[in-house]
Every structure is written in structure tokens, then in C-alpha cells.
Design a protein around this ligand. Sequence first.
Ligand code: MTE
Ligand code: MO
Length: 311
Amino acid sequence: MLIRRPPDLAASEITPRHVFERRRALIKAAGALALTAGLPATSRAGEAFSGLQQSPLSTTEAPNSLRDISGYNNFVEFGFGGKPQPAERAGAMKTRPWTVHVEGLVNRPRAFAIEDILRLAPLEERIYRFRCVEGWSMVIPWVGFPLGVLLRQVEPQGSAKYVEFVSLADPETMPGVRQPFLDWPYTEGLRLDEALHPLTLLAVGLYGEALPNQNGAPLRLVVPWKYGFKGGKSIVRIRLTERQPRTTWNLAQPEEYGFYANVNPAVSHPRWSQEKERRIGEFRKRATLPFNGYAGQVAQLYAGMDLRKFF
Ligand SMILES: Nc1nc2c(c(=O)[nH]1)N[C@H]1C(S)=C(S)[C@@H](COP(=O)(O)O)O[C@H]1N2
Ligand SMILES: [Mo]
């Protein structure tokens, strides 16, 4: 573990000094990772990102350990057998070469090599709260840049209203894809204004290094005010559309997983309450916040919408 997690403090007890020290520790840890850049590759692609700035959009809450973040995952392409399974199996996925097709209602459709995507904008560290619909949460120090940077490259047309995100579906390396439980490939979608919101992140790393495969290497979506399933992993295609895209979980169980999936403690999942969450590593449950605590930045996107109907 890189950083010792501070004891279970209520948010109100965290002083600016704790915050400052934690950030310093994190930046030091990121620096230490950068020093290992010349060493042989491990299960990760072996890339460490140097000179990362921390985004002011970061939460001041303490991040979970790398061990938690890369050992407790949902990535059903690698099986439906529990949280450790993606870490055990995702090493087989080949993340180079990797191409992302960005197409649909755009003036300049383009196939981007991952190397070109990594050069589109300065990478930054963004520490976000992350809430899974299953009732657990984490704090994750992602590395990436706003998705809008990539979308603007292809010049969306006026008729584009939604964005569809398609994940890799490779039956050779992904045992889950050989099973018929879901309609592969894993597909997710956002409204275009959600996709262009500055909080919406195209993540290529965490804890200062390339993403571990089980977290969605080489690039994945992170939408911090929505339940985790909106964040498609290992994306190969991004398509701008006029109509709301069909999404994997919504197709499988429409009454359980809505298109919007905004974190909302007032709207229960049909089989359980969403009022509380268990932060991985903590014992007592904490209250779940509307929009996962990002209401100040995103609530206006939904002005006038009934969020019980559009859940
Ligand atoms: N392609 C793909 N993306 C996916 C998933 C998946 O199974 N396949 N699971 C989703 C769910 S339910 C969650 S909670 C997050 C988990 O991300 P993490 O393992 O990096 O924490 O990924 C999301 N993205
Ligand atoms: Mo999830």
C-alpha cells in the first residue's frame, strides 16, 4: 500500500492541515511511482505519468488504497464470479495496439491510436468519489483529461444529442463475453451535455500510473455523479447520436438500471435502498449524497426533470 489511510474521520473533523498532508503524501507517492518508469513492466502497461497536476475538482477525502481499487472490481467481460475475478483474469487483455473510433454525427470522424489520445491534453490527477449501484463506494485518484477535449476534436454536429460508449468484447481473452448473460459489447451512454461537462473524465491511469487492466485499461469513462456502471471500461468506440443509445444494463433489467443513473439516495433500487453506502475499508455506513456529492456542479443539467421518472 502506498499511503496509510487515515483513521475513520467524519468529514467535519478533517482539518485543512490533514488535507494538505494527505495531498502531499499522494503527490510524493505519484513521484515515487514515476521513478519506477524505467523498470520492467508489471501487470500494468508499466507507464508512469510524470509532472501530473492535481485538478482543483478533486475531493479532499482520503483515497482508497491501490490494493482496494485494483482488487475489488466489476468487469463482467472477465466473468460474473466476484470482485477478485477481474484482477485474476484481466491480465490476458491486450491493450496495445489500441484504437478508439470516434464517429457518428460529427464533421471529422477519426480513429485515434491510444498514443495520440494520450497527447491530446495535459494529463491531470482527479480524485473522485465513486459510488457503485450495489451500495459500496471508494475514493479514486484517477489520471486523465475531460472527455470534452476528445469530443471537440471530431466536431459534433448540431443534431448530435447523445454519446454512446462501446467497450471491447474479445471472446478470446474475455471469458464473460462467451456467456450469453448480457448483450455484448458492454455499451453505455450519456446525453451530450453530460458528456461535455468538465467533471466527465476520460481516465487513462490511477495513482500516477497507467490503468491496471481490471480498471479498464487503456482508457475508460468516469462520471462521478452517476452510479459506477455508467463508466464503461476499455472503450473502443464512441458514437454521437441523435437518439438515446441503448445501454447494456438497461436492456438487461430496465426497471433496475435507468439510462440516467444519477446517484440519488431518494430513489431506491427495486431490491434495496440507496440511502447509504459502505466506503470500502470502513465499517460504519455513511449517508449517500445526491449526485454523489457533486450536486453543486451538475444539478442544473437536470433542471425541470423528474429524476424519479428519469432514474
Ligand atoms: N466494460 C465494462 N465496464 C464497466 C463494467 C463492466 O462490467 N464492463 N462494470 C461497471 C461497474 S458496475 C462499475 S461499479 C465500475 C467499476 O469500476 P472499477 O472496477 O474500476 O472500480 O465499472 C463499470 N464499467
Ligand atoms: Mo457498479
